[in-house]
Design a protein around this ligand. Sequence first.
Ligand code: 4AZ
Length: 278
Amino acid sequence: MLTLAVLTTFFIGSGHCNLNFTTENERIVGGQDATPGEFPYQVTLLYNSNLMCGGTLINESWVLSAAHCCFGREFEPLSAVMGNHKLNAVDSGEQTININKYFVHPAYNSKTIENDICLLRLAKKATLGNYVRTINLPQKQQEYQPNTVCNCTGWGTTSEGGAISNILQKVQLKVVSANTCKQQYTPEAIVNTMMCAADSGKDSCQGDSGGPLVCKSGEVSGIVSWGYGCAQAGYSGVYTKTSYYINWINETITNNPNSSSLAKVSHLVFILAALLLL
Ligand code: 4AZ
């Protein structure tokens, strides 16, 4: 099955991505250089300072990405770069913050790549500004009509088996109907929590995984997940449909604040109690 082929590959640096038959990098294919600050919600996820995956800033302290990016990794080597433009340079407005915890969706299936979604918590809040901004989540169960134009961005390889990009790349893709996508892969492979997008000669590729697909201004519609190769004729890129995970995202964020804020509250309680006792 193609999806199995897809599963056999991956990792750029450390990211496990899908689909290629090689472990070489591929980034956005058929795209163009973004301009600094054009996609302020785009996050670079690093593992030991190497490009691991893309991500999306959805909250001052939280990055949305793909489960296959996070799964099985240690926390210590993980960091996120907000406001990044050139991978190999410190850009103005850029902020690098460690990840101190991540949450892989409990139903993530690494064989079928279902529920390919992960939330990563920043060790401290990002400072929002011209180069660093959050993007909204879609409405619950939001669907996107076929041919809707979407922006996909990342530093992944610019061709299947090529090298990663130093400058953030952007590409416009069109939503492909679930029926067409099922015909391209298999009916079972494409479930309703996935969405497909493609255009001739254009695609996301290895290293773009976990990054954003934005099909409606101001909301993160999809997460780069998998596909057969990159920009192969007749095969769409497959994205996790964010709108099916709104409850899980909100609950995970609410239930897992940084311990630093908890620690501050307990310190305050302790001081108040001590004062009362005196
Ligand atoms: C990857 O290997 C990858 N064209 C991500 C997305 C797609 C293909 C490969 C979709 O990370």
